[in-house]
Design a protein around this ligand. Structure first.
Ligand SMILES: Cc1cc2nc3c(=O)[nH]c(=O)nc-3n(C[C@H](O)[C@H](O)[C@H](O)COP(=O)(O)OP(=O)(O)OC[C@H]3O[C@@H](n4cnc5c(N)ncnc54)[C@H](O)[C@@H]3O)c2cc1C
Length: 364
């Protein structure tokens, strides 16, 4: 790489763009990061921050990738913290999930065995008695819980601030551009979230984006460094500041992605059902945003299908923070060394092929 003012321009100041910029700058590339709006408007500037694994069976490439990323996360975020001096609130606090009935117990047993095979003793997924768990816990009608020690929490807003400051301390410029300016760079990464997936869909005439919105909130329940609790499709994520994040809704049909509404009351009721002791807490903040969801539900990473020297990093969907360290690593390897370690399932070609087949079905 030579000629350009920067070797690499990252477009997008969400967790994907900033993480890739961080990884590339650590490896000596001359990087700049641009966005067309204030970074606090990205889907990364949220409230929840659950870094939790998929169930450990059936095993496949996406789960292995996520597993690797979750294992890397502690050291990765520590380095960002040490460079920025801003604490991202990362904590490998583990997670508890209720087992609701005998069938659920049998499934949990199978998953516990599969975790031993697939997680290779690097983390545990086990069945425990609720009465043996000190601290807060979910309600289980049969008295059994699943405990894993791979899950972690982060505070998305502090993580974004921490990454930004680490980049600034590494002399990486972060710039707001209004779309008119042309910057000179040799390579470009488009980490532009939902807007990026939408514009690629329009360019190719294919449904590469599948719109989805989520709402979340903070309640003033203090569970400090206790485990995340997951059940009935929601997460309660304790933060170290006396607050607990509760997320999130899943909405396929919506008009305003940034508006919170009555669905947060339903979410709160579900949280109380899961952990009755949160019933007397107050809602202190509400937040809504669309998620960058690709047609495959998987990340879309690799060379841009129509633009030279341009790469895509998108499709973080519900687990963008959990995947960010590994995504930063494989993208840096690809861009700087031409070494493609990205699972085929995450390639733009795979997303395009899925979109082609969905379009064909819809056209029938
Ligand atoms: C309610 C909710 C709860 C969530 N909970 C979790 C969770 O608990 N754990 C987890 O891991 N993940 C969670 N996520 C998902 C996670 O937030 C996303 O996967 C992640 O933030 C995606 O990051 P990104 O950088 O790809 O996109 P974004 O954060 O959306 O960033 C994209 C950036 O690109 C910029 N941009 C777009 N177009 C242009 C352009 N043309 N020029 C310049 N800039 C442009 C945008 O302004 C934006 O700043 C949640 C998401 C939501 C909505």
């Amino acid at each position: 790489m030579s000629n350009g003012i920067f070797d690499l321009e990252i477009v997008g100041m969400g967790v994907f763009g900033l993480s890739i910029a961080w990884e590339c700058s650590k490896r000596g590339a001359r990087v700049s990061v641009v966005d067309h709006q204030h970074y606090q408007r990205s889907s990364s500037y949220g409230l929840v921050g659950a870094l939790t694994p998929h169930v450990p069976e059936p095993w496949e490439a996406k789960k292995q990738f996520q597993f690797d990323s979750l294992l890397m996360a502690e050291d990765w975020w520590k380095e960002v913290y040490f460079t920025s001096d801003i604490y991202p609130h990362y904590c490998r606090c583990g997670r508890l999930q209720p087992i609701m009935d005998e069938k659920g117990y049998e499934l949990a047993k199978l998953r516990s065995d599969e975790a031993q095979n697939n997680w290779k003793r690097q983390a545990e997924w086990k069945i425990v008695r609720a009465v043996d768990c000190a601290g807060w816990k979910p309600k289980s009608p049969i008295g059994w819980l699943i405990a894993d020690n791979l899950s972690a929490r982060i505070n998305p807003r502090m993580a974004i601030k921490s990454l930004r400051k680490a980049l600034i301390n590494n002399n990486v410029p972060l710039m707001i551009l209004n779309g008119q300016e042309e910057t000179r760079c040799e390579y470009r990464v488009l980490a532009t979230g939902t807007a990026g997936l939408t514009s690629l869909s329009n360019e190719l005439g294919l449904p590469l984006v599948a719109h989805e919105k989520g709402q979340a909130m903070l309640i003033d329940y203090d569970a400090s460094d206790q485990p995340i609790i997951t059940g009935g499709g929601i997460n309660l994520v304790p933060q170290p500041n006396g607050l607990t994040a509760v997320g999130s809704t899943t909405e396929r049909y919506f008009t305003n992605p940034y508006k919170t509404d009555y669905r947060l009351n339903e979410l709160y009721s579900k949280a109380i059902e899961l952990v009755p002791e949160v019933a007397n807490s107050r809602i202190v903040e509400k937040w809504a945003h669309d998620r960058p969801r690709s047609v495959t539900r998987a990340p879309v990473l690799g060379a841009h299908p129509t633009r030279k020297n341009t790469f895509l990093a998108n499709g973080g969907f519900k687990i963008g923070f959990g995947l960010a360290p590994k995504i930063a690593e494989v993208m840096a390897e690809l861009i700087l060394n031409g070494n493609n370690l990205i699972p085929h399932k995450f390639s733009p070609e795979n997303a395009i092929s899925e979109a082609v087949s969905q379009k064909a079905k819809a056209d029938k």
